[in-house]
Write a protein that binds this ligand. Structure first.
Ligand SMILES: C[S@@+](CC[C@H](N)C(=O)[O-])C[C@H]1O[C@@H](n2cnc3c(N)ncnc32)[C@H](O)[C@@H]1O
Length: 379
């Protein structure tokens, strides 16, 4: 059976080999026992969810605790124990280490973490900076309670707040660093207001259309935050920013295709569906457009909608076809907009996550390519 300290050494070596571990975080990874933060039953995320029960498979349970895999600890906000939508987890260790590296904490610095989850990451921060310098906010009371217990057992003492992290935690602001371990579509103004000028915010950013990337923003003296994306990310969304799509009937009250105009496209929407970066770049350009897929024969029908509920489109994707049927209805031609956004990206040489960035001010976020003066928004 893997003993925990061997597990931690192995994990540190894995993170080092992946280039994720900053030398200054090595001691914390070696010292903080990840298994203490995990429940007796969890789901290791490999190519599928593997349910692991400590009672029946103690070796497997301890083994996964120190592997480089995300571990789901809650489904559906705790409403069920089945495998529906994961809503809390211990993040993948390489991602944890990568985010901590980008946070660039300094001795004596203060950190606000949003999304306590298991408490493991808050434990790493508390080990490095001291518990009094770390505040972590968790929206789910049961998850927060579990984290408090685990942190106490590990003799680590950050302040764990039960509350909505979208508001940050004004009580101890300003902070030198803000780290979110759930993703956002819009960066809450409170996070910027509660970060000291010159401070850094590290947060996963998703788009309504899909895809996600880690943003590393520096807060300016004027209260704006700006900086690059530093790599791909895939996190569960901040609860308050989950999008509740209206029923399809609100877009198309009668039978499909209604009044939709017909055309053909040579761009297979599945090429976008398979590409996390392409989804992210389209989502940056078209922040109010989302899609759903429904099975259709051997393939899929893509349904495209705008949040203003003015327009919809469908595209049928059948494997092997060279052209695909498009229907578009409403004042916007949503598929045409997506094709334009996709072609802008391919025409620019398919720039990767790291060439994009984000500036956030009182008016919201403006994504850019290469430099803040080069916005990517099509509309
Ligand atoms: C990926 S988990 C966090 C992983 C965690 N940092 C760890 O070390 O285990 C994301 C967490 O964010 C929490 N969350 C979602 N929305 C939130 C909000 N508005 N405020 C605070 N926490 C939130 C979820 O309940 C979940 O526990």
């Amino acid at each position: 059976m893997t003993d925990a300290s061997t597990g931690r050494r192995r994990l540190a070596a894995t993170l080092e080999a992946a280039g994720a571990l900053d030398a200054q975080w090595r001691d914390a990874i070696l010292a903080v026992p990840r298994h203490l933060f995990l429940p007796d039953v969890y789901w290791a995320t490999t190519t599928e969810y593997v349910k692991v029960d400590r009672t029946s498979t103690p070796d497997g349970w301890m083994g996964y605790a120190y592997q480089d895999v995300p571990i789901v600890t809650q489904w559906d906000d705790g409403a069920c124990t089945g495998e529906q939508v994961p809503t809390s987890s211990a993040s993948m260790p390489t991602m944890v280490a990568t985010m901590l590296r980008h946070l660039e904490v300094q001795p004596g610095g203060t950190v606000l973490e949003i999304g306590t989850g298991t408490g493991y990451n808050a434990g790493l921060l508390a080990h490095r900076l001291g518990g009094t310098n770390v505040v972590t906010v968790e929206v789910d009371p049961d998850v927060a309670d579990q984290a408090r217990k685990a942190l106490a057992e590990a003799d680590l003492h950050p302040q764990v707040i039960t509350g909505d992290g979208a508001h940050g935690w004004p009580g101890d602001a300003p902070y030198d660093r803000v780290l979110a371990t759930c993703s956002v579509i819009d960066i809450p103004q409170a996070w910027i207001a509660q970060t000291r000028p010159g401070g850094i915010i590290v947060t996963p950013v998703g788009t309504l259309f899909g895809g996600g990337a880690l943003a590393k923003l520096t807060v300016g003296p004027d209260g704006t935050a700006s900086g690059p994306f530093v790599g791909s990310s895939a996190f569960m969304l901040l609860r308050q920013q989950r999008y509740q799509a209206p029923p399809v009937d609100d877009y198309l009250p009668g039978e499909w295709p209604g009044d939709a105009g017909a055309s053909l496209t040579s761009l297979d929407p599945e090429a976008i569906g398979d590409d996390w970066l392409a989804q992210f770049v389209i989502g940056l350009q078209l922040p109010d457009v989302y899609y759903r897929r429904t099975p259709n024969g051997d393939g899929w029908t893509w349904w495209l909608f705008d949040t203003g509920v003015t327009s919809w489109a469908t595209v049928d994707s059948t494997p092997g076809d060279a052209e695909f049927d498009v229907r578009q209805s409403g004042p916007r031609r949503l598929w045409d907009e997506i094709e334009t956004a996709y072609q802008w990206w391919t025409g620019a040489g398919r720039p990767g996550f790291e060439r994009f960035g984000l500036t956030v001010d009182q008016d919201g976020g403006r994504p850019w390519l290469d430099r803040p003066g080069n916005p990517v928004r099509a509309r």
